[in-house]
Write a protein that binds this ligand. Structure first.
Ligand code: AMP
Ligand code: GLY
Length: 418
């Protein structure tokens, strides 16, 4: 079989790595992929060049296509592939709006009775600011549309919230005409992803992202600076069951009943509050960097999940009990202004660390250089989290950090005693 992975980051490298272990797959293609994806044949087609991707999949007789990022999903890559009679796993353009528009997601959650933060939408900066002054801080300000987790400000003061409004309307996150203001939820976050085909939902194991740039959850929000799984500080079975009942099942049932069934990898970003799980966001795809720590625990081949699911069956999905941690090596200046072009010397990273490339490219003299905000995701798997954490950080000890930074406290919350 031939499989195509659409995308170019660390999540897609993890997908390629997982698929390449499946003996039935003779070639994994990645479009456009990145220089670190040695397991794949990279084809120079951009992830949003949908017609070209359809053409390639047809010409190469690709059996299955798996999409990493939200961009092509929101543009309708699944609609286009299916119209061409090609097999692809992901949500339609209409269903991907669960991620593409926060307003659509909020309205849908209201209709389905899914717990989420109270919110209000404004198209005028003055009205938004007046509302913030009435509500008080803490309060959350979000740019509507896609800003890769970076258009969000959790403001602890009214001044911070007002500043965020000014930035959004000044176009700092692309052209924005509206802003979402949310109640600030209090609790610990976790990510629950699921394999979904219409009304069938199979939850994956839990993981936790680290959204802030610096240690101790300080600094600006990023796309994610590291992740780990499992989460020993929680009763995972209970959290998963409650989230299935209150969040995932109501969501897929509501979407199906409205004629926009969801199929694909569904991501729920949850705040575990004193009143139970509350939704921070849905994504219509695998999380990044969650994928990089989840897939090393998945013992079943991805196609043994996807194919039966698409045929209307319920696959058996097996997970390893091992602990996995992933640390993002980011370019200095990320997320605001990442400085790229620095040599990336992966050979100095410990051999017991799995290296997923995210923002890397070919430089001069066969060197690999940084080419994005998140550069590498370094992953270790061990019998317990303590060992996994020691392995990944020891493995990074000799890495030449010139031009890069990473958090040194990934998975620390796993060791907190409650
Ligand atoms: P989002 O892009 O919506 O996932 O938001 C990015 C991050 O901002 C989340 O992972 C949370 O850490 C934080 N956040 C977003 N919404 C809220 C909220 N209503 N209450 C508290 N924190 C939030
Ligand atoms: N790690 C969160 C996301 O993928 O959006």
């Amino acid at each position: 079989m031939k499989v195509l992975v659409v995308g170019k980051g660390g999540r897609e490298h993890a997908l390629v790595w997982k698929l390449a272990q499946d003996v039935r797959i003779e070639t994994v293609y990645a479009a456009p992929g990145n220089i670190g994806m040695t397991e794949a044949v990279c084809v120079p087609i951009r992830e949003d060049a949908i017609e070209e991707l359809v053409q390639f999949a047809r010409d190469e007789q690709i059996d299955w296509t798996i999409v990493g990022p939200e961009g092509p999903l929101v543009l309708g890559i699944v609609n286009a592939f299916q119209a061409a009679g090609l097999q692809i796993f992901g949500p339609s353009r209409e269903a991907a709006a669960i991620e593409g528009s926060k307003q659509f997601a909020k309205a849908l959650m209201d209709r389905a009775g899914i717990p989420t933060a109270d919110h209000a939408v404004f198209t005028s900066a003055a009205e938004a600011i007046a509302y913030i002054r009435r509500q008080g801080a803490p309060i959350v300000v979000k740019a509507d549309g896609l800003a890769a987790g970076k258009g969000v400000t959790v403001a602890t003061t009214i001044e911070q919230a007002v500043q965020a409004i000014d930035e959004i309307f000044a176009g700092d996150f692309g052209q924005q005409s509206s802003v979402v203001i949310e109640e600030c939820l209090v609790g610990e976050e976790c990510s629950l992803m699921a394999f979904v085909h219409e009304e069938t939902v199979i939850p994956m194991v839990l993981s936790q992202d680290h959204k802030r740039a610096f240690d101790g959850d300080t600094g600006p929000n990023t796309g994610g600076m590291g992740a780990y799984s499992p989460l020993p500080q929680f009763d995972e079975a209970a959290v998963t069951e409650e989230a299935m009942q209150r969040v995932l099942r109501p969501l897929v049932e509501q979407m199906a009943s409205e004629g926009i069934p969801f199929t694909g990898f569904l991501y729920a970003g949850l705040m575990l509050t004193s009143r139970g799980p509350s939704v921070i966001e849905f994504n219509a795809r695998f999380g990044d960097p969650e994928t990089e720590v989840i897939l090393p625990r998945l013992e079943t081949e991805l196609l043994d999940v996807i194919i039966p699911l698409m045929q209307g069956n319920i696959p058996e999905v097996l997970w390893s009990d091992d602990a996995v941690v992933g640390v993002v090596v980011a370019a200095n200046g990320y997320p605001e202004q990442p400085v790229t072009g620095h040599p990336v010397q992966t050979s100095t990273i410990g051999s017991d660390v799995l290296i997923f490339h995210a923002g890397t490219a070919a430089g001069d003299e066969e060197k690999i250089v940084s080419a994005g905000g998140r550069v590498l995701v370094c992953v270790a798997k061990a019998k317990d989290m303590q060992q996994a954490v020691a392995t990944v950080y020891n493995g990074l000890d000799s890495f030449d950090r010139t031009g890069f930074f990473y958090r040194t406290d990934i998975a620390k919350k796993a060791f907190r005693t409650t």
